[in-house]
Design a binder for this molecule. Structure first.
Ligand code: DLL
Length: 433
């Protein structure tokens, strides 16, 4: 059997890509208008008829869709096929409020697998490889996405999921894993543990496919050195399918967006105006081949740049830069979405004033979250043990809300700087962007 590689698609001419996008967009717009009342209402409110969308050039006429819409329409409001035709649900990593869920038909899963297969091939994967998938499995898309892609390429797939680090490493050694798929922070942790166990000479890895959170070039170099591999970036989001929306090739100057399935736009996050290629702004995706959950002009909140330079790998699909930040204030800490509002809720529920600061650092390639919380004068105490008890209670409550550990430091009344405009709650020292 030949190695799986969709060269004729990934290296298609710009005219061919445009033709696919035009045709598939028109079809998708009719599909959602006919089958999703939520869309019909949005489009009617904007006075757009499906017939108004004749090509990619008409995309700007469509309304944007945001995470709020997905929450409003939760759970089935944006499902575009009969429930009996959908076979899978995945969900975003947010831990509170209404979760965002995405649906897939079998055909949608096949196409998603294809996108992930392309990423694996671009990282040098063939059917000779043993792929260790150490992204979480379950509602998170990382595990299922890379698992499906690995099968499609014909690799021997190790569905490890995340956690149980010693066992991960034992399997990696025993089974001779050659490609590792996980978050960059977990890859760094695995590398560190492999060295502690003195097993670095027994590792056969050659490449890693890392994404789901921001990571710097410095971190890439550290991981490459520690694991003795080439590390590739992969991007995606649950709403648009999961990992594999875009991926790095050997040139590593941005991630190729699978343009036969997704149309990418960059907009000014404040005005919504579409910006030309090369300008920095918010990334917006329209899925054009999905059956169960097609999203039109979905605002990702990720800030990046699109470039259409010729790539030495031969692929013609547009490249996106690593996301340079988010236009909203969501933090991704250890791969988990953290909103300052969640922290605020905990503090206020526990009787603390809303004067707090969130500090995120990256120590030894692992995220550290600290919340500094101001006490009220009534709470203030000279007793070290009384303060430690209060801090411990907050750590517990934050863990229950966020699902991850945050260090808590109680500080004296009035010691956190007040702002006259919008409060700056977050100090992100990770230098990720
Ligand atoms: O993180 C899907 C994924 C899984 C991508 C595995 C890559 C690998 P969500 O949990 O919905 O989906 O989070 C999506 O994560 O909007 C970005 O802000 C961020 N993100 C994803 N990939 C990258 C990356 C998955 N390579 C959100 N670099 C997105 C920086 C990333 N940020």
């Amino acid at each position: 059997m030949e190695n799986y590689y969709q060269r004729e698609i990934e290296c298609a001419s710009p005219e061919q890509i445009r033709a696919w996008q035009d045709e598939r967009l028109v079809k998708t717009v009719h599909h959602v208008y006919d089958n999703v009342a939520y869309y019909r209402n949005l489009m009617d409110a904007k006075g757009v008829r499906p017939e108004d969308i004749r090509s990619r050039d008409d995309l700007y006429k469509l309304p944007f869709l945001t995470k709020d819409d997905l929450r409003d329409a939760y759970p089935y409001g944006l499902l575009a096929v009969p429930r009996a035709d959908a076979v899978r649900i995945q969900s975003t990593s947010g831990t509170t409020g209404r979760r965002v869920v995405a649906f897939y038909t079998q055909h949608d899963i096949d196409l998603w697998d294809e996108c992930c297969a392309r990423a694996i091939v671009a990282a040098g994967g063939t059917r000779e490889d043993v792929v260790q998938v150490s992204y979480g499995y379950g509602l998170f898309t990382g595990g299922p996405g890379l698992n499906g892609g690995s099968h499609k390429v014909g690799c021997l797939t190790l569905p490890m999921s995340s956690g149980n680090t010693q066992r991960q490493i034992q399997f990696m050694v025993d089974l001779g894993a050659t490609i590792l798929c996980c978050t960059p922070s977990y890859a760094a942790y695995l590398g560190e543990t492999i060295h502690e166990m003195g097993l670095q000479d027994q590792i056969q890895l050659k490449a890693g496919i890392f994404g789901a959170e921001a990571w710097s070039q410095e971190m890439r170099r550290d991981i490459e050195k520690s694991l003795g591999i080439k590390a590739y970036d992969i991007y995606g989001l649950t709403e648009i399918s999961g990992p594999g929306v875009s991926f790095e090739c050997s040139e590593q100057t941005g991630m190729h967006i699978n343009e036969d399935h997704f149309i990418a736009e960059i907009i000014d996050p404040k005005t919504g105006e579409v910006l030309p290629d090369g300008e920095k702004g918010e990334l917006v995706f329209t899925s054009i081949t999905k059956e169960a959950f097609p999203l039109l002009r979905y605002r990702t909140r990720d800030i990046c740049v699109l470039t259409r330079e010729k790539c030495s790998c031969g692929r013609t699909f547009v490249k996106m830069s690593k996301p340079m930040g988010r236009s909203d204030d969501m933090l991704i800490v250890k791969g988990v979405n953290v909103f300052p509002s969640q922290i605020e809720t905990v503090l206020i529920n526990k009787g603390y004033p809303a004067n707090y600061q969130i500090i995120v650092d990256r120590v030894n390639n692992s995220d550290r979250l600290e919340v500094q919380v101001e006490m009220t004068p009534e709470m203030f105490s000279d007793s070290v043990s009384a303060i430690a008890t209060q801090e411990a209670a907050l750590v517990e409550a934050l863990k229950a809300m966020l699902g991850i550990y945050a260090k808590v430091k109680l500080v004296a009344p009035k010691s956190i700087t007040r702002s006259e405009g919008k409060a700056v709650r977050i100090i992100d020292n990770r230098k990720l962007y």
